[in-house]
Structure formats: structure tokens, C-alpha cells
Design a binder for this molecule. Structure first.
Ligand code: GDP
Length: 199
């Protein structure tokens, strides 16, 4: 069994320039409600670690978590990107916000992987496919992680996974499907994340 990632919250930053350097970083992206906080908590095996990303004032910031270097681990960090798709965000703010996320993704030179979370129950939304297209256009390394595996009955999972992959313009084998509730895939994801961070 893969041990939990020893993540600890470091800071929230309004843009790339306010982030400390990192030997290697994984960015976690997804629309609000996709299960991003639950997933970060699950890989770290902490109940409330990612709640910090949801506190007022931090929902639109880059929230940085570091792997505790005392834990004899691979070194690196995880950045929780603001959840996209809050309908309540006015156009002007949305543009600023988008610029901030794009600035981070294009400018963070130690970025190893962008994990794009897609809701496994409802499939990718237009915002998810836009994000994937944007990442492809900029040739940024990315991986699709589907959430909420437990919400689909086992008899429908295989087809759902295939459909998810097609909707994301990807191959079924390239989609990791996890559940923060049942724990399905979490162990595998921890190992995969360590692999992304390994020098
Ligand atoms: P975030 O907005 O992306 O950070 O999403 P949250 O982690 O807060 O999750 C949004 C909602 O989905 C909450 O009600 C969670 O309890 C639920 N949720 C998250 N992950 C799972 C999962 O793996 N299975 C199920 N059944 N529900 C989940």
C-alpha cells in the first residue's frame, strides 16, 4: 500500500510571483464541486487539509501544499488551482482570474503535471474540455483524473469510463478513476503522483 502524501499547507498566492520555488510541482485543476478538496484530503489521508482552499478569500488564489521534507520522501509540492466555473464571478473578475491561472501554468518552470479532475458521475463539462484543449495547445503535461467512482454502479463503470475518455478526446487507459469516498484508485494515484515528482 502506498503511504499517504505528507502534504502540509504553506500559503495562498495571488499569482505566480508570490510562490516560493519548488523542486517539482503538480497542479490540480477542475471546476468547483468536482471533488478537488476531497481528493487532496484523500491522497494526504487528512480530513480537512484542503479546506483551506475553500475559506473565503482563498478560493481564487493558488493554494500551495508541500510534501514534508522531514518525511524522507520525494520533494515537491501540489498547487490547488481555483475551481473554474463559478457562475457568480463577473466577467471582469473572471478575466483577471483566468489570466492568473494561465500565467501560473505557462510560467511555472518546475510544473511537472497538471491533474485535470473530471466528474466521473456527470462527465466533462464544456469548461473541462476547454481546459484540456488549452493544455494540449500549449503542450503542457496533463493527466485526466475522474472523480466519484463510487457513484456509478459497477455494471456501468466500464462503459462510463470509455465514454468519459471519448468525451475528453483521450484513451480509456489514460483516465484514472478514483473515489474519495470508497478509496478506489487513491493508492494508485499516490504512487502516480510520487512518480510525477520524482527527479
Ligand atoms: P471541490 O469544490 O472540487 O473542492 O469539491 P468537494 O471536494 O468539496 O466535493 C464536492 C461534493 O462532492 C461534496 O459534496 C463531496 O462530498 C462530494 N464528493 C467529492 N468526492 C466524492 C467522491 O469520491 N464520491 C462521492 N460520492 N462524493 C464525492
Amino acid at each position: 500500500m502506498a503511504s499517504p502524501l505528507p502534504l502540509r499547507f504553506v500559503l495562498s498566492a495571488p499569482d505566480l510571483s508570490a510562490l516560493p520555488s519548488s523542486p517539482g510541482e503538480i497542479a490540480v485543476a477542475g471546476r468547483s464541486n468536482v471533488g478537488k478538496s476531497s481528493l487532496i484530503n484523500a491522497v494526504a489521508n487528512r480530513r480537512n487539509l484542503a479546506q483551506v482552499s475553500r475559506t473565503p478569500g482563498r478560493t481564487r488564489l493558488l493554494n500551495l501544499f508541500e510534501l514534508d521534507s522531514a518525511a524522507h520522501e520525494v520533494r515537491g509540492s501540489v498547487v490547488d488551482l481555483p475551481g473554474y466555473g463559478y457562475a457568480a464571478v463577473p466577467g471582469r473578475t473572471r478575466a483577471t482570474w483566468q489570466k492568473m491561472i494561465e500565467g501560473y501554468l505557462l510560467g511555472r518552470d518546475t510544473l511537472r503535471m497538471v491533474a485535470v479532475l473530471v466528474d466521473g458521475e456527470i462527465g466533462p463539462t464544456a469548461l473541462d474540455t476547454q481546459m484540456l484543449e488549452w493544455l494540449r495547445a500549449h503542450e503542457l503535461p496533463h493527466a485526466i483524473v475522474a472523480t466519484k467512482h463510487d457513484k456509478i454502479p459497477s455494471t456501468r463503470r466500464q462503459k462510463r469510463k470509455k465514454d468519459l475518455a471519448v468525451a475528453c478526446d483521450s484513451a480509456s487507459k489514460d483516465v484514472t478513476w478514483v473515489s474519495a469516498v470508497s478509496g478506489t484508485g487513491i493508492d494508485q494515484l499516490r504512487t502516480t503522483m510520487r512518480g510525477w515528482l520524482a527527479p
